[in-house]
Design a protein around this ligand. Structure first.
Ligand SMILES: [Zn+2]
Ligand SMILES: [Zn+2]
Length: 392
């Protein structure tokens, strides 16, 4: 029962166990290697697919960080490979029709595997395409920037609208802490922001379980809480790119992905803070602007959602009084990890911010503290108050 709580993250692939929540969970990723020098494990991880060609996907930045080495290691070990470079210049790669179509065009009939070298967008794009073409893929992580490496959904953009269709899990994950150290600081901040976002994601899950009788798995909650504690205790080290702190961050994000895969819903990882982030991102894309990194937005949205819990304390059932820490505590934590802590700081306009508080709950049909505020008729008043406090 609950065996997973006694395992290290690298021991979790292919685990199946009976859980105290009454369900039998399994985690179907085949292989994970998170450690210094983990990229050396790539040929061994890819060995079952040696019979066919491998498409290795990267952009100009991730090529330098790890793509070049991944290609060399595979070639030295006798793999037949094809390379796909997204040369985006100063633009941010968007997981839209053009990017997904480009990957599909490069998939030859004799391919047995794709290797995605990158973080958010490259991972999500390769994951989505290989899910539809039924090809396995391995992700070589270049930044601890988000929690989607082992998640079974792929956030993509269609007609300018962001959604997260179901997708397959990766076959394997390589998280080399020597490579993660070279990640741009803003991607490290993003990963930290995404992990901080689990604070309100778990609070929203508690709220939904308590007030709407939604299913909840305590083992998954524990898994995510322990991962957060470990990473948050080393948060100061992220500014100096301490490998231990970066390893704990990637491990935390990966464990959140494991938890999501175990319950097949994104509850352990995503709540109202993600809805605000999606709302802002869609607005930026609609206006032809480069959005902020996903995790940076999630990070700054987290203290905002903590304020919702403060404002609604009188409406919450007693057992949920302490379900969410105060917004000042969350802001302090973000600061310690070197991440921005206010929407204003990252350029979200007053108008967009206010609108997102009023309409963000509609981005997904799920119970969150924002929807709770709407149901109680408190949403406009709280939106005005928080906007006034943050923007003056
Ligand atoms: Zn996220
Ligand atoms: Zn469970």
């Amino acid at each position: 029962m609950n065996e997973i709580l006694h395992m290290t993250v690298n021991e979790m692939p292919q685990v199946t166990f009976d859980c105290s929540c009454g369900r039998r969970h399994s985690f179907s990723v085949h292989d994970m290697s998170i450690r210094r020098g983990a990229i050396e494990d790539l040929p061994k991880m890819a060995a079952p697919f040696k019979g066919g060609k491998i498409l290795v996907v990267f952009d100009q930045n991730t090529y330098r960080a790890a793509g070049e080495k991944a290609v060399r290691l595979l070639k030295e070990n006798g793999f037949c490979i094809k390379e796909l470079l997204f040369d985006t210049g100063s633009h941010v790669l968007i997981p839209d029709e053009a990017t997904l179509g480009r990957i599909l065009q490069e998939q030859d009939l004799d391919m047995s595997l794709m290797v995605a070298v990158g973080s958010g967008v490259i991972n999500d794009s390769v994951k989505f395409v290989t899910s539809r073409t039924k090809l396995p893929y391995i992700i070589v992580a270049t930044a601890p920037s988000m929690d989607g490496y082992v998640a079974d959904c792929a956030p993509i953009i269609s007609h300018g609208y962001k959604y997260s269709p179901l997708a397959q899990l990766t076959y394997g994950l390589i998280g080399d802490t020597d490579i993660l150290r070279t990640a741009p600081q803003d991607l490290i901040q993003a990963g930290f922001g995404d992990l901080v976002g689990k604070i309100t994601a778990l609070a929203d899950w508690d709220l939904a379980a308590n007030t709407e009788h939604e299913y909840q798995c305590d083992t998954c909650v524990q898994l995510v809480r322990r991962a957060m504690d470990k990473c948050f205790s080393k948060a100061d080290g992220l500014n100096e790119r301490d490998p231990e702190a970066l390893g704990a961050l990637l491990e935390g994000l990966t464990l959140t992905g494991v938890a999501m895969s175990l319950v097949n819903v994104s509850r352990p990882a995503s709540g109202s803070e993600h809805l605000l982030s999606h709302f802002w991102e869609m607005d930026y894309i609609a206006r032809g602007l480069n959005p902020n990194h996903h995790g940076i937005q999630v990070g700054v949205a987290t203290p905002v959602i903590a304020r919702f819990y403060e404002e609604l304390k009188d409406e919450l059932p007693e057992e949920l009084y302490d379900v969410c820490p105060s917004h000042t505590k969350v802001e302090d934590l973000l600061r310690r990890g070197g991440s921005p802590c206010s929407p204003k700081e990252i350029g979200i306009s007053r108008e967009l911010f206010h609108e997102s508080l009023l309409r963000g709950y509609m981005v997904r049909p799920r119970h969150t503290v924002m929807r709770f505020a709407m149901q109680r008729g408190r949403l406009p008043e709280i939106a005005d108050k928080i906007t006034e406090e943050l923007y003056g």
